[in-house]
Design a protein around this ligand. Sequence first.
Ligand code: COA
Length: 334
Amino acid sequence: MKERTAYIRSVGRFLPERKLTNRDLEKMVDTSDEWIFTRTGIRERRILGPGPGCSHMAVPAAMECLERAGVTPDEVDLIIVGTVTPDMMFPSTACLVQDMIGAKNAWGFDLSAGCSGFLFSLSTACQLIESGRVNRALVIGSDVISTLIDYKDRGTCVIFGDGAGAVLLEACTEPGFGFLDFILKIDGSGGDYLCLKGGGSRIPPTHESLDNGAHYVTQDGRQVFKAAVSEMSDVSVRILERNGLSGKDLTFFVPHQANNRIIEATAKRLNVEEHKVVVNIHKYGNTVSASIPLALYEAVMERGHEFKNGDYLLMSAFGAGFTWGSTLLRWWQP
Ligand code: COA
């Protein structure tokens, strides 16, 4: 058993005020509220739009974590921002956040893993805390995915929304508590099923790339759906089994909010009761890296009184890459 793990000291979030409802989308593409809700579980999503950038949401989410914990920015050692929509190619959004919040003793970086960005960032921060190199880390998932969406493409525009969520991690020295385990996977052969081809070094922005729509997200929804259900279920079952647990032992399951049917199918394979599955996709859609921390935030804020030290929480993500994984947290608060 590890002598030192990481635990979640506090949570924070930011959601843009502007709502884009299914009814609004009915006026933009050939779709309907009924189709979107039945096929995805989404009713509305939040839109930040171009201009303010990813850091505009990451900063208030991070500050909320610090304020809730009574920790000052100079006490933070590490900032990781999971994102596919950084403010700019470089410097990293982590550098912008560090400067804006005044975390003068922190280092950090951005981590790109599609919708698994928060989970991969969390794992990285946990390992740095376990090693003793870092005592306190801000892990943020923030995406302004609306800036990359073609609002004429009904197959993608109905799914995504903007937002940011964050957690403040600290070292936990109570053996058997905190983040106990991670399983993380990538499979680049799934890359073409969900990608943004333009804007990188292979297709830099040109008039032609703009005209070709290379700067918009493209996806094969059916392939992504199938892979998400099977891979999220597999790693979730595996992480439970290797820790001697089953779905029945969980207090909460916090899945990536990509599609309610993906969530239901995964929960069913895990044998987790419905009331333990955290779902907020109807309000925010798929917020990419922010999806898990936003769901976790709501679980903690609305049902935190149900959390007891020793409760098991499972989080699971799937995203572009393909990237996916699960983590097992044994809840602990000092
Ligand atoms: N409104 C109405 N009809 C739509 C539509 C929309 N917004 N989007 C697609 N359709 C149509 C398709 O054109 C197709 O019509 P056709 O049969 O005449 O060709 C039909 O609905 C079925 O399309 P399909 O793609 O099979 O639908 P689906 O049930 O798989 O749902 C997604 C589409 C995108 C909602 C679903 O595949 C999905 O959620 N995939 C995962 C996407 C995801 O999670 N991405 C992020 C991963 S992190």
